[in-house]
Structures are given as C-alpha cells and as structure tokens.
Design a protein. Structure first.
Length: 359
C-alpha cells in the first residue's frame, strides 16, 4: 500500500473494478421505456438500431442477433460451410468461433500469434491454407483487444470474416474488413446491449441469406431458421450506446495513451502499435512474473485485473501448448488492467503508478 500515500485528496482508497460496462442514465431510461410499453420482443426498435448501425459505419446492411456465437453460426451457414470445409482463427480468438464451426461440422485450425504481437502473421495464415485441401476456406480476422489487424492475401479462394468488436468506430482501411463483419455487443464491449452482436456486410445477396436464417426474416418453404433475434429493449440500449461511442472511444484512447507512457518507464510490455487507431477494448500488460504474484500485487492496491485471455482456443481444443508458445505466453504472463471510460482521472493515475511500481 505504499502508493496510497500519494493520493492525499482521497480520505480512503476505493477499490477499482477490473471491468465495468459503459452505461449512462440515457440507456436505462430507454430500456425502461421499452418495458413500460411492452416492447420486449424483436421489432421496430431493433430495426432502427440495425439501420442506425449500418448508416453510422457505412455498411449497406446490418442484422442484430442475440450473441456473437449466433452471429458466427449464421455467417458460417450463409457461406455454406459444413463437413470438409476449414475455418482458421487465432489461438486467442473468441471461443464462439470454435463452437459455431462445430455446429456446422467444419474443421477448425488455429494459428499462433506472432511474437510481440496480438495477431498472427500473414505468412502463418497462408501456410495453414496452403496445406489444406478443404473445399471452402474461411479466415477469421480478429481485431483482438481493440488493436487493428490486417491480412495480406490469406490464400486463393479464402473468404475473410472480420471480428470488429474491439475496433468499431475506428478509422480502418478496407483490408481490415471481411465479406461479413461481426461486432460483439456483450457486457464489456465498446457498444453493449447486455449481450448480442451485429452482423455487417456490403453484399445484398449474402445479407438476404443471413436474414432468412434468423427468425423474423423471409425464408422459403421447408427451410430451417434460428431464434437468434435481438430484443427491442436490448436494441434501445444499443441506440444510445451508438450515439455516445465517439465520446467513450476518445476517453479509452486518452487512458490508453497514459498507460503506454507509463510502460515506457518499466520492463513490462504491451503490443499496441497504432495509437491513432487502437481502441483499447482491453489493455493487456505482459509482466515477467508469476500470475499469482501479480494478482496479489494489484489486490493489495485495490486495483481489479483479469487475465487478458480468458481461455485460449488451444486449451479449449485440448491441443499441445508448446505448439502455440506466443498465445500461451499471453495467457500465462499478461493481465488486463482497467481501461473503461468511467475511470476517474485519479484512478487512471493510480493504475499508471501501479505499473511503474510493479518491479
């Protein structure tokens, strides 16, 4: 608790939560209005949210669903994936990708992230696809932690699905998007509806396929569809979140830049490399200490942290950890420090000081 004496303006040091959803009074009032008017199911409010989302981020089409896993499932179905097809993803990509691939029977292969990076190299991805004889091939371009990623020519015939959860609202180039783009809307995402996701595309035919697969869309006789709808009260929250995104992103970037400056005076690492584009969905710090020791250090300072990677996919799939050394290092050696917009300036300073004090 040596750092506590620095903060004499506070009578008592208050705990800092590891994560907190970015919610305001406006979101709560919008949800309450939906409940008062019995708008509990998917309807007009969800439609408005979809149109606003598409317009805000310059997509022709947007479709709201009830979870990121549902979004991946519908995307894989719309692309016709099944047994004999291949999905390739980073070893630290969201677990919903793995589950959705299994739903449709496709094979999933993992690629390790590069050393000193949150993302795989183009060469590693190309090697996976070059060695595969799969009929259809899909690469998941995951903008992990809010650090933009790009892939240069993943391979002939390879389709790209981009996970833009961590970078929505950032100024990205066309090489950072896919044929389908999925934006998670879970509790601690840049935009939250409690849970859910938005599927974004420029392809009208592909959008029609996805829409027909979700309840509420037009489907042909005998076709199967899934009750993956986003509810109106969720969409009401999302509409207000969308309005406030630029403010919350600016705040995250300001906090992130403060942490980056602090890290220059330590032996710790992070791999954010594009300050004007990084959105800091999470802020991983790689510390060359045992995880339990790092947890005790921050707990003593009443600063909440989490593992940067909740559960690597190679753990989920039971694959040898030595085959994914860089992803394993991120799991074992990195922690995510608080970076949510509601942090006070004093708390940001406390966290920045804690990084310099961790030796």
């Amino acid at each position: 608790m040596a750092l506590a004496s620095v903060y004499r303006t506070e009578k008592k040091i208050q705990p800092i939560e590891a994560q907190r959803p970015t919610l305001s009074k406006d979101e709560l009032e919008s949800v309450l209005d939906c409940l008062i008017h019995d708008r509990l199911l998917s309807g007009n409010v969800t439609g408005r949210f979809e149109k606003s989302f598409a317009h805000t981020f310059n997509f022709k089409h947007a479709l709201g669903v009830n979870s990121p896993t549902s979004a991946y499932h519908l995307a894989f179905l719309a692309l016709g994936l099944g047994p004999g097809d291949l999905v390739c993803a980073s070893a630290i990509a969201p677990v919903g990708i793995y589950d959705a691939a299994r739903y449709v029977g496709a094979e999933i292969k993992l690629v390790d992230v590069d050393r000193n990076s949150f993302h795989p190299s183009s060469e590693s991805v190309q090697a996976i696809f070059a060695a595969s004889s799969a009929a259809k091939k899909v690469y998941i371009l995951d903008h992990t932690f809010g650090a933009p990623a790009k892939i240069e020519n993943p391979g002939e015939g390879v389709l790209v699905i981009a996970d833009v959860t961590g970078v929505v609202g950032s100024d990205l180039g066309p090489e950072m998007f896919g044929i389908i783009n999925i934006c998670g809307l879970s509790q601690y995402d840049l935009i939250t509806t409690g849970n859910g996701a938005m599927m974004l595309s420029q392809d009208s035919k592909l959008h029609a396929k996805v829409e027909a697969l979700r309840y509420g869309g037009k489907r042909s006789e005998g076709a199967v569809a899934y009750d993956y709808r986003m509810e109106d009260f969720q969409a009401a929250m999302g509409l207000d979140q969308l309005t406030n995104l630029s403010v919350s992103l600016a705040r995250r970037r300001k906090i992130g830049m403060k942490y980056l400056e602090s890290l220059t005076r330590t032996n710790h690492e992070t791999y954010f490399k594009t300050p004007n584009m990084d959105a800091y969905l999470r802020f991983p710090v790689i510390v060359n200490k045992q995880h339990d020791e790092v947890v005790r250090y921050f707990a003593a300072l009443q600063i909440g942290i989490t593992r940067s990677v909740d559960q690597p996919l190679h753990h989920v799939m039971g694959l040898p950890r030595l085959e994914y050394p860089n992803a394993e290092r991120l799991f074992q050696k990195s922690v995510a420090i608080p970076v949510y917009p509601a942090l006070s300036a004093n708390n940001v300073e406390r966290i920045a000081q804690s990084l310099r004090g961790l030796v």
